[in-house]
Design a protein around this ligand. Structure first.
Ligand code: PMT
Length: 401
């Protein structure tokens, strides 16, 4: 039975050397029956577990097993096939291929193709549970995820080596579902350039102390990721956070409100949309000490001066841009947010009540009201990535695309 989203799509299925390699045949068969054009690339180790003939029979295409295979249909296989691919899937993926990709090693056809493709790459690991728990494997998996590779995590159960634990290849149906989900992702912001600010700013008091707030950057990073996933060109201007920058996003790291202002204003001509999710300091020490301040016996006062309001400054040079601000409030949420909407010349403001426990600063979820001049929409408590996509839906409406 054809599956519309898979029909006519070119998928490279990478198979590496593990006992679960036989399950790749089931995945391959499903993709082909659903209408996808599947090219199988096997590592040399994989061919010891399952024969290339199986995959040739299932796909009707030659199976690529070595870097030095004679190119057939494609001129330079390691470049032309990845160029043509809508998606790459590696199932099963061993600790070895995960380590190679995470380290930028391209010493066989599969790892070379991964390096050469711009298509999304899904990785479905399968290995012994102790290998899966190894901190080196965990670090490599985390690195791949931070670079935008999509992991289909292994399941728990009885492993081929006789032990019980996490390491079994995810069920073929789960893997195929992920393929369909990724191919279904809308690219409705393709061609749009967007800048988002995220995180706190740090305002130095002396070389070792600073004023900061509780922003983790999660909200702004979620917007950057969601926009990039939907095809926008994204510049992320980030204050200090512990988050890994999302894949396919130009990230500019800053420390102070003044540096954030400089970064935003210098990139403003390049973008059509600006979203201010950063918690920018409103005040900064007037004269930060050049060397570490000594402990004072008595009370002392720190003289502060106002920072420039970045979104208000952007509002003055608005042009045709769509501007979105956030309002972090602890009282009179809607009323205060509306004041900021007009004072900063914004199109939208996202109001969050940061006095509510469990949302706002540092949390993985948020509860917001999105306000424009025509009305407002209150979202339930949902993950920040969902909040991000709702904001982007509103932005898309304002862009009239
Ligand atoms: O980072 P997280 O831990 O995920 O937390 C998310 C968040 C709570 C920081 C986020 O949801 C949020 O509310 N961000 C805005 C925080 C804030 O500074 O709000 P504000 O009401 O003080 O400022 C209003 C708007 O002006 C904001 O868009 C802000 O970025 C902008 N601003 C403020 C001061 C300043 N000097 N320059 C600005 O651009």
């Amino acid at each position: 039975m054809k599956v519309e989203i898979l029909s006519g799509k070119t998928i490279i299925l990478g198979v590496t050397g593990g006992i679960a390699a036989f399950k790749a045949a089931e995945i391959c068969s499903y993709l082909v029956k659903s209408g996808a054009i599947v090219h199988v690339v096997m590592t040399e180790h994989a061919t010891h577990f399952v024969g290339p003939t199986t995959f040739r029979g299932l796909t009707g295409n030659a199976v690529i097993t070595g870097l030095w295979d004679e190119p057939r249909e494609y001129e330079i296989t390691h470049v032309s096939l990845p160029d043509k691919a809508d998606l790459m899937l590696i199932a099963p993926a061993t600790a070895n291929i995960i380590g190679k990709i995470a380290s930028g090693i391209a010493d066989d056809m599969l790892s070379t193709m991964v390096m050469a493709t711009k298509a999304p790459v899904l990785i479905a690991p399968a290995m012994n549970c102790k290998m899966w728990e190894n901190p080196i494997v965990s670090a490599n998996v985390a690195r791949l995820e931070s670079l935008g590779y999509i992991l289909v995590n292994p399941g728990k159960g009885r492993l081929a080596c006789g032990t019980e634990g996490v390491g079994r290849l995810a069920e073929p149906a789960t893997i195929v579902r992920k393929v369909i989900d990724r191919l279904s992702l809308k690219q409705d912001l393709a061609g749009i350039s967007l800048m988002v600010t995220a995180g706190p700013t740090q305002e130095p008091i002396d070389p070792v102390r600073f004023i900061m707030n509780h922003s983790s950057g999660k909200m702004g990073y979620a917007i950057a990721k969601a926009a990039a996933d939907r095809g926008a060109g994204v510049i992320l201007v980030s204050g200090p956070t512990s988050l890994a920058p999302p894949a396919n996003v130009e990230t500019i790291k800053v420390q102070t409100a003044a540096q954030m202002l400089d970064a935003v204003m210098s990139h403003l001509p390049e973008v059509q949309v600006v979203i201010g999710a950063a918690a920018v300091a409103d005040y900064t020490p007037k004269s930060p000490a050049a060397s570490k301040m000594k402990k004072m016996g008595a009370e002392f006062s720190l003289e502060l001066m106002p920072t420039t309001d970045i979104m208000a400054e952007v509002g003055k040079s608005k042009g045709d841009r769509i501007l979105v601000g956030f309002a972090a409030e602890t009282e009179n949420l809607i009323e205060n947010a509306k004041k900021k909407l007009s004072a900063k010349n914004l199109d939208l403001i996202v109001a969050n009540d940061v006095s509510k426990p469990g949302i706002g600063f540092g949390s993985d979820v948020n509860e917001v009201t999105i306000i424009d001049e025509n009305g407002q929409e209150t979202l339930p408590r949902v993950p920040k990535i969902q909040v991000a996509n709702s904001i982007l839906d509103h932005v898309k409406g304002l862009l009239k695309i």
